[in-house]
Design a protein around this ligand. Structure first.
Ligand code: SF4
Length: 671
């Protein structure tokens, strides 16, 4: 049965996306490129086949042009698990990669990269280089200011790298000049405090970028396609101005760039640039502004995650191409589905960063994959092969782990029945989707709903599976999920005490003065849900204001988070944790840390903080104090049927949607 409530509002085809285009002399069949993504396995010869499999699947998915992850032009501009173009074995691997993509009928551009002060000294074996010795908030290190000799070597390295790319069979190069890496650092007065000809006014600060482009132009013939990824907005107070950015764009065009790919923000920015709170297409106006300043094509990225949005941006003349990156992790057939109008079949990137950026930004880093597509980066290990013997598989639970287990088992050719006790699919995904900024989870539920239907999964909603029924199957995957944990506190049974599931499901109305026990990801989500949900949307306020109608602009409500430890949102990934914290602060959520709860009373929560007993007054107390696994079927099935227990039902340690979906997927591969 299909769930009409999660139907996609959009369907293809997308005529603007489907139009052929050109970057320099490079003819492209349509407008969807694959933006550069660092997978964290680059440079390791033993992983080359794995990397190639990742790219080749995206060639099959019809990427018009694949831009590789950054390849460092010099050792000090890279790091662990990066390609480095001064290493002959890395050059050899890259040449093989280009050749395999070409043979498969794809096009590939090599991204030429220098991390500048974003390099970690422990990885590059020396102090990072930068225009000036300005401490870096990302690495917590102070780089060394480059000498003119360093600069000359770097320019030469970019030129050599471009020559290599052309000779190795790449179709183009992209120079990485945004996101706060070396060339961006030279442009910005924040990090460029030089007094020589590479610093000072704009002419001096953009000199290195211009010299790099001119040197590449000299090293390769004039018609070898050259893309420059420039920063459209650094999102750093006091950095390059908008007027300077437009002048820079024009100067890059004059120097010989064939297309500008517009990046947004630095890794140190205090403005969310890739998190889910950024509205879809939120930075497209920046790219559109740059497009007005130049005559070469402009490529847009950053939160362009659906074909209908990409199509609209191109149709309206905001950008000429799109180069989404993460959406290609989420769905290796992004362009193929877009161009064939299969919007309902698309697995949409939800901008969670949990399995991609959080992995590669961690130290030590971990290989990138994808929350909604755990096969990403593992295409070689988990080929799309049908099983030789189809089995009858029961999946219990329609939350993230169960949905993926059912989808993946059916994709492999098993006959799958999914039992879900609720009348809707989604489980914890459905709760999370209600939090403003996490609405993208609806796309994930829609995707599963669609594919379970296409793959012929027998979905039984409102049906609790019993052991007798399950024993009739050849294999069972238990993905029953979790229950909210109820702490052992006096007063926990009082009528004003509720669980987070009661609030997020809408079963219980929110109070006015609220205490949340627990400061993990769920506690923070509930606080955001309550505070953001108390504010009418901007469009509504705008409409009411325009027509002179008086209304509330915020439902009066106070929320206090009670954290046992000193940190809040500790379980949230590195790239999003700071966004959550700053949103809570901006919304006026009070946070009491190192608060040891002692009891709940009709007046609120009593606890000890800094050695003193304190009362947090509340008319509603919401329990977000962890979860317990639902495993009631395990004992009845163990040893009697091939059994997999996955996700929260297995255990709740560091449980999140990424782990649940991955375990569901892997269980399906084992059957
Ligand atoms: Fe997108 Fe999240 Fe997948 Fe990263 S992990 S590609 S942000 S859905």
């Amino acid at each position: 049965m299909r769930d009409a409530t999660v139907a996609s509002p959009a369907s293809g085809p997308y005529p603007a996306l489907a139009r052929p285009g050109r970057i320099g002399r490079l003819e492209l069949p349509h407008r969807i490129l694959m933006g550069s993504m660092h997978l964290g396995i680059e440079g390791d010869a033993a992983e080359l086949d794995r990397l190639a499999a990742f790219y080749l699947e995206r060639v099959q998915g019809c990427a018009a042009l694949i831009i590789t992850g950054g390849a460092a032009v010099r050792p000090e501009g890279g790091g662990d698990h990066w390609f480095c173009l001064t290493d002959p074995s890395h050059r050899d691997q890259l040449a093989q990669l280009a050749s395999r993509v070409q043979k498969a009928g794809g096009r590939i551009a090599l991204q030429l990269f220098h991390a500048g002060r974003y390099a970690y000294s422990i990885e590059i074996g020396t102090t990072a280089l930068a225009p000036s010795a300005v401490e870096c908030r990302l690495t917590r290190e102070t780089p060394r200011a480059m000498t003119e000799d360093d600069i000359a070597q770097t320019v030469q390295a970019f030129a050599d790298a471009a020559r290599f790319a052309r000779e190795a069979g790449f179709h183009a190069v992209e120079v990485m000049g945004s996101e706060g890496y070396l060339l961006n650092e030279f442009l910005s007065p924040l990090t460029n405090q030089r007094e020589d000809r590479y610093g000072g006014d704009l002419e001096g600060r953009m000199r290195l970028s211009v010299e790099v482009v001119e040197a590449i132009r000299q090293a390769v013939s004039g018609d070898f396609p050259l893309i420059f990824r420039m920063s459209g907005a650094d999102c750093m107070p006091g950095s390059t101005t908008w007027e300077e950015t437009l002048t820079y764009a024009r100067r890059l065009e004059q120097a010989g760039v064939d297309a500008l790919n517009v990046g947004i923000g630095w890794h140190e920015s205090q403005v969310p640039t890739v998190a889910a709170v950024v509205p879809r297409g939120g930075f497209a106006p920046v790219a559109a502004g740059i497009r007005q300043a130049v005559t070469i094509p402009v490529i847009g990225a950053n939160r362009i995650n659906t074909p209908e949005l990409a199509d609209e941006l191109i149709a309206l003349g905001w950008v000429d191409f799109v180069a989404p990156a993460r959406p290609w992790l989420a769905d290796p057939a992004f362009a193929k589905k877009a161009l064939s109008g299969d919007r309902r079949g698309l697995n949409v990137c939800i901008a969670c960063n949990q399995s991609c950026l959080d992995h590669v930004m961690d130290r030590p880093s971990r290989p990138a994959s994808c929350l909604v597509n755990p096969r990403a980066g593992h295409e070689l290990r988990w080929p799309l092969a049908k099983v030789s013997r189809s089995r009858r598989v029961a999946v219990v639970g329609g939350g993230p782990a169960g949905l993926e287990a059912a989808r993946a088992a059916a994709e492999r050719g098993h006959q799958v029945t999914l039992f879900e006790a609720e009348r809707q699919l989604g489980g914890q995904l459905r709760l999370a989707a209600r939090v403003e900024g996490k609405e993208e989870f609806w796309e994930t539920i829609r995707y599963y709903d669609e594919w379970l239907w296409r793959l012929g999964v027998d979905v039984r909603l409102g049906t609790a599976a019993n052991p007798q029924t399950l024993l009739e199957y050849d294999a069972v995957i238990l993905a029953q999920g979790v229950e909210p944990a109820v702490p052992d506190l006096p007063g926990v049974d009082l009528p004003h005490v509720v669980r987070y599931t009661d609030i997020l499901s809408g079963r219980v109305a929110a109070g006015r003065r609220i205490a949340i026990i627990g400061a993990g990801g769920i506690g923070c989500d509930v606080a955001l849900y309550l505070m953001k949900g108390g504010r009418p949307p901007e469009r509504v306020l705008g409409f009411l204001g325009e027509h002179g109608v008086q209304s509330l602009d915020q439902v009066p409500r106070s929320v206090t988070i009670l954290a046992r430890s000193r940190r809040i949102a500790a379980t949230v990934g590195r790239t999003t944790r700071w966004v959550v914290r700053s949103e809570l602060k901006a919304l006026g959520v009070a946070v009491w840390t190192e608060f040891q709860c002692r009891s709940i009373t009709p007046e609120g929560v009593v606890g000890v903080m800094q050695g003193e007993e304190r009362l947090v007054e509340a008319d509603q107390v919401i329990l977000c104090a962890g979860q317990t696994p639902r495993r009631d079927l395990v004992a009845a099935l163990e040893g009697r049927v091939p059994l997999e227990v996955v996700g929260g039902a297995r255990d709740t340690v560091r449980l999140n949607a990424a782990r649940a979906i991955r375990e569901g997927f892997e269980a399906a591969q084992r059957i």
